[in-house]
Write a protein that binds this ligand. Structure first.
Ligand SMILES: [Zn+2]
Ligand SMILES: [Zn+2]
Length: 178
């Protein structure tokens, strides 16, 4: 038996694979997966109703640690203008690599098979998600257009008012000019 680094417990053990079956590993695994599942559930909640916000560099640059792939991924996706919350996470969980790594992780860690598929997003689900996202983005652009129109109307109204004020002022102050 050689040294074996356990990414769940974040330690090197010398009991080889036996470590996986031990109580401490299994309870740590349960905690890790529960926390992981909470985040995945939060993300899944937006599958049917995507959350789109104006990009905020402080709020939206969150990363997410995928235990199955042992890598850090972006939680959201953004084009620098708009952000789709959980877009990065959902996209990651639908990749073939993630699916493969999840199966491997479950096998290697002897995790509970019942919950495994909760950590995988089906391709059809992300397809639907993308369609919903574009709908939301469209309505966002429409709202923005309305806002710009309103702002323009406001500016025009102000300009008209200013002209009127100037006009009446010049009538009072410079009557000979008229
Ligand atoms: Zn362990
Ligand atoms: Zn992954």
């Amino acid at each position: 038996m050689g040294a074996f680094y356990c990414s769940v417990c974040r330690q090197t053990t010398f009991t080889g694979k036996g470590h996986i079956f031990g109580k401490s590993h299994q309870s740590r695994l349960r905690v890790v997966l529960l926390k992981f599942l909470e985040k995945v559930k939060e993300a899944r909640r937006t599958l049917k109703k995507p959350e789109v916000e104006k990009f905020d560099p402080i709020k939206h640059n969150q990363t997410f640690w995928c235990y199955c792939c042992s890598c850090e991924i972006q939680r959201n996706v953004t084009d620098g203008n708009m952000t789709v919350l959980y877009g990065g996470l959902l996209e990651h969980m639908a990749t073939a690599d993630h699916r493969k790594n999840t199966h491997k992780f479950w096998w290697e860690n002897k995790a509970h098979p019942k919950i495994r598929d909760k950590f995988i997003v089906a391709e059809e689900e992300t397809e639907k998600f993308k369609a919903e996202v574009s709908k939301v983005l469209e309505s966002f652009v429409e709202k923005e257009d309305d806002y710009i129109k309103e702002a323009a109307d406001h500016i025009r109204a102000q300009e008209k008012h200013r002209q009127e004020v100037l006009q009446s002022l010049s009538e009072v102050c410079f009557p000979w000019k008229l």
